[in-house]
Design a protein around this ligand. Structure first.
Ligand code: F6P
Length: 753
């Protein structure tokens, strides 16, 4: 109220000032114009009178001259005319003027002296008059002067009118403009701000509020952004506090981001965490003339970004986006997540040759098929191996730079891209506590044994103090592989390997997802466009049942087998034709590798083949959406699909299975899960299938659709309990506890033989 009053008062004052100045200049301009006009008229009159006077001008007053002067003196606004001789004695003067000009005015002498006509304004008896004097000649000699006197009082009166008219006109205009401005301000600022305040009030009061569409006005954009982030934090903090309170009541021990943060604070005592992976969590790309930031698809990012958000620190990864270097600082660092920075991302640049040899070549055409039993033959090329070593050294160098000045730093390296990194770091920083987490399966020793550099890989890995796998089965395979390949002591009771006086602990840590997913708390739920009908309409099909698959387009994911199973299902249970649709969200991946490129074409061809067989005008059984989908874009599919199909031929864990479960707040939906995915060891309430058994998968589809609602609910409830209990925060908490409790052998590994 006070602000509005101040605003109105200052508007009135400034508007009045503007009007005053405007009127002042207008009047000044008009006054000059009127004065010039009067001067001009006087001059013209004087000149025409001069022509009549000079021929009859004598040395004394004459009747003829007096008559002439009186005749002229009758004109409008003319106060009178006077004629003086060379000695300024009056020769003739209009009667009205003789009382006003008892003496010749000074302008007469001035004009005679200058030999030209001169005018002046002066007050006579309190009236403003204009006097114009013009010298007179007789026989080419100065013979006197004539004076024309005008009443100029009317000018002031006119100026007064102009002043008032202009002032009020401008005042009214300015008041109108101000009023409109006030209404606009009220409409475009007060309204949205009020709406925002109401929304925040509801939020504070704990009422169930949706993430309303906040105002989009440019003026409010920075506030809106901050308010949005602030509200997200508030909702998260509230949810965490509620969860904690519930836990305290139930004496449970669920891991939350806050609990992890506290846990890490206690364990690290203020030291940062160093995460290393090949894939970066935030990638900047040029798209349509703009720079966009995307979160790449894949398990590592899905699992570890929530951990880094909770504990902070530095994540070191390959900067593979084409706009990555424009967005990072000169030290190749950038704070992320972009909308709410919580940790640092340090990007490592690789040359094209390095990326080809290390990433596409050795890691993804060598180790990847070696560890995934999916019948793609691994390729081991010496030149790729050279680049793989070189890039591991490059990353090790970057990590060592980051570790400088930090005592006993904790380093968490990820995956098969960095088998050599643990030892490279340990050799230089024996005080570093290093963990390597392996995100893919570990095969049996015979399968692994075909790698020409198996010894080097294992030796590099054993530079870590802790090696984590998703399942106990992979730990067993690893220990057996080490046992058969290297000269070392394997301890099957403790699950550790001792080599050159240093021990490495091998342990299972089943990775998971953020549950509940705080980043999605403010999403509008059940908004019409996100309902199933809306989803299907968007992709141009009509169906009663929806199943979904979400994968990187990788040959290990069993996508072709999945399509065949759908074909079989529709053949065997034709009542589901036109009723059932399967949406495959597929993110292209590693497309520079021929096998992946071929696979993409195979998936497209297989989808076409099955669709051709069954499709009608308004329906087709498979919708293949080939693009990178953001977490938010995927959520509605998870939330509305009757079935999620995970049919990996071989998979370390598969986080899609867990994401689907985490998204089903309604306890609905059925998960069909491959027994060859690590997740099948935990998610026992899924329908577990062998993806190679096409009939079995087809039958699982039918059972999922025909399952009683009670069974579906109780299965999903149990699955959710499992994922909630074993969420990503527990994974990180356990891994970090284990790592910080490692007893270090301070001797550099290289010195101990
Ligand atoms: O899960 C194994 C993995 O290689 C992860 O390291 C990565 O997040 C995911 O697959 C995606 O692979 P890429 O980073 O090669 O696209």
């Amino acid at each position: 109220m006070r602000i509005t009053f101040k605003l109105i008062a200052s508007l009135i004052v400034s508007v009045a000032l503007v009007a005053w100045f405007f009127a002042f200049f207008q009047v000044r301009q008009e006054k000059n114009k009127q004065y010039e006009d009067m001067e001009r008229r006087s001059r013209l009159l004087a000149e025409s009178l001069q022509e009549s006077i000079e021929p009859i001008l004598g040395k004394r007053p004459s009747k003829q001259l007096q008559r002439l002067v009186e005749k002229f003196g009758n004109r409008e606004r003319l106060a009178g005319v006077a004629v003086y001789d060379a000695h300024e004695s009056p020769l003739a003067i209009t009667p009205s003027l003789s009382s006003l000009l008892p003496k010749p005015p000074a302008v007469v002498a001035k004009s005679v002296g200058h030999g030209t006509g001169l005018g002046e304004f002066r007050g006579i008896n309190g009236i403003e008059m204009h006097l114009y004097a013009l010298p007179l000649k007789k026989n080419e000699e100065a013979a006197g002067a004539l004076v024309i006197v005008h009443d100029a009082a009317f000018i002031r009166i006119q100026l007064g009118h102009i002043w008032r008219r202009t002032f009020f006109r401008v005042l009214i205009q300015a008041i109108l403009i101000s009023l409109i401005t006030l209404i606009m301000v009220r409409w475009s600022i007060k309204g949205p701000v009020g709406k925002m305040a109401d929304w925040m009030k509801q939020l504070r009061a704990g009422e169930a509020v949706e993430f309303i569409s906040l105002p989009k006005e440019d003026l409010l954009a920075p506030i809106v952004k901050e308010v949005g982030t602030f509200a997200q934090h508030l909702v998260r903090a509230k949810a965490a506090a509620e969860a904690e309170a519930k836990l305290r009541q139930a004496a449970e021990s669920l891991w939350t981001p806050e609990r992890l943060k506290e846990h890490i604070r206690g364990k690290f005592q203020g030291k940062p965490l160093f995460m290393i992976s090949n894939r970066e969590p935030y990638m900047h790309l040029h798209r349509g003339g703009k720079i966009e930031c995307i979160v790449p698809a894949g398990g590592v990012v899905t699992a570890l970004d929530p951990v880094m958000r909770s504990c902070g620190g530095t994540w070191i990864a390959h900067g593979s986006g084409d706009a990555d270097w424009e967005t990072a600082d000169p030290q190749s660092r950038i704070r992320v997540p972009p909308e709410d920075p919580l940790y640092s991302l340090r990007r490592v640049a690789l040359t094209k040759e390095e990326e080809d040899g290390y990433y596409y070549g050795f890691a993804n055409e060598g180790i990847w098929p070696l560890c995934h039993i999916a019948h793609t033959r691994p390729e081991f090329r010496p030149e790729d191996w050279n680049y793989y070593q070189k890039v591991n050294q490059k990353f090790a160098q970057t990590v060592l730079e980051e570790l400088e000045g930090i005592e006993e730093p904790c380093v968490l390296a990820q995956d098969y891209h960095f088998t050599l990194l643990p030892r490279l770091i340990k050799e230089k920083r024996p005080d570093a506590k290093i963990a390597l987490f392996w995100h893919i399966p570990w095969p049996n020793p015979e399968a692994f044994g075909i790698c020409p550099w198996q010894k080097e890989l294992l030796y590099g890995m054993l530079g870590a103090d802790l090696i984590g796998f998703h399942t106990q089965f992979y730990c067993n395979n690893f220990l057996e592989t080490v046992d058969r390949t290297l000269e070392c002591r394997t301890n099957w009771d403790r699950f550790s390997v001792t080599k050159e006086g240093r021990s490495t602990l091998v342990k299972a840590f089943p990775i998971s997802v953020a549950f509940p997913d705080a980043s999605l708390d403010l999403r509008p739920r059940n908004a019409p466009e996100e309902g199933r009908a809306g989803l299907l309409e968007d992709i141009g099909v009509k169906a009663k049942f929806l199943a979904v698959g979400v994968d990187r387009l990788d040959y290990t994911k069993g996508i072709l087998e999945r399509f065949k199973a759908i074909e079989r299902f529709l053949e065997k249970h034709s009542q589901y034709q036109k009723q059932f649709v399967f949406v495959q969200l597929g993110a292209p991946t590693r497309t520079h590798i021929k096998r992946y490129n071929d696979f993409l074409a195979e998936v497209e061809a297989e989808a076409d083949r099955v669709n051709w067989k069954f499709k009608t005008k308004e329906w087709r059984p498979i919708v293949f959406l080939k693009k990178h989908h953001s977490h938010r874009e995927i959520q509605p599919y998870y939330q509305h699909a009757d079935i999620c199909l995970v049919t990996s031929l071989s998979d370390g864990m598969n986080l899609v299975a867990k994401e689907y479960v985490a998204a089903r707040e309604d306890n609905g939906g059925v998960l069909i899960l491959s027994r060859f995915a690590g997740a099948s060891r935990e998610l026992r309430d899924a329908l577990i299938i062998n993806p190679y058994d096409i009939d079995q998968v087809a039958e699982a589809l039918r059972s999922a659709l025909e399952m009683s609602p009670e069974e579906r609910l109780s299965r999903m409830r149990r699955l959710r309990e499992t994922v909630k209990e074993n969420n990503i925060y527990r994974w990180a908490g356990n891994l970090i506890t284990e790592l910080t409790e490692v007893r270090l052998n301070q001797k550099p590994a290289a010195e101990v033989v």
